[in-house]
Design a protein around this ligand. Structure first.
Ligand code: FMN
Length: 171
């Protein structure tokens, strides 16, 4: 079933940018996941986007309770299309639910509180481990680059698979 709206959860804005791009590409209205009574009516079929925090798609559990989620986009640091199995497992997504991973961005200056602390530690530990690795996969290279230099990978091209799914979905 085609979604009638795009609903998202973003912390530093990259997921919001993907949601806005998808809105432009599909013509669907875009809403942040918010309080009851806001956004699409409960039970509506939606496309959900959430940022990845320690493997968890932020807001998905809440969105799945309120809406009929037709597909999920998880925005993280890994390359677009990577980590699919892990994300599905960690978030207990049903096998038939379409899942897409999108490479977002990282900017330490935009992070506050505990999230900032977690990423400072992560940049030191995971970043160091990745930097010291002899042979890195392209995904690891992409993650290392983001962790050490920050930046954004948000672009319309990364949405090609999501758009193809949307267009092939029956009404
Ligand atoms: C505390 C914290 C934990 C994160 N954990 C993951 C993770 O497990 N996997 C991943 O790919 N990205 C992870 N990220 C990176 C974010 O998902 C990425 O920066 C994303 O683009 C943020 O989107 P937003 O700007 O919409 O908040 C983490 C970021 C933070 C701050």
């Amino acid at each position: 079933m085609k979604p009638i709206a795009i609903v998202y959860t973003s912390n530093t804005g990259y997921t919001g940018q993907y949601a806005a791009l998808l809105g432009q590409q599909t013509g669907l209205p875009v809403y942040p996941l918010s309080g009851p009574g806001e956004g699409p009516a409960a039970g509506s079929p939606v496309l959900y986007l959430g940022w990845l925090m320690a493997g968890t798609v932020q807001g998905y559990a809440k969105a799945a309770k309120r809406y009929r989620v037709q597909a999920v986009c998880a925005v993280g640091m890994g390359a677009t299309g990577s980590q699919l199995e892990d994300v599905r497992k960690t978030n207990k997504l049903p096998p038939e639910l379409p899942l897409f991973t999108l490479q977002g961005g990282f900017d330490l200056q935009k992070l506050r509180g505990v999230y900032r602390l977690m990423m400072v530690v992560m940049a030191k530990t995971a970043g160091k481990a990745l930097a010291g690795k002899q042979e890195r996969s392209p995904d690891e290279d992409a993650m290392l680059e983001l962790l050490t230099h920050g930046g954004s990978h948000v672009c319309a091209e990364n949405l090609a698979a999501v758009l193809a799914w949307y267009q092939s979905e029956p009404q």
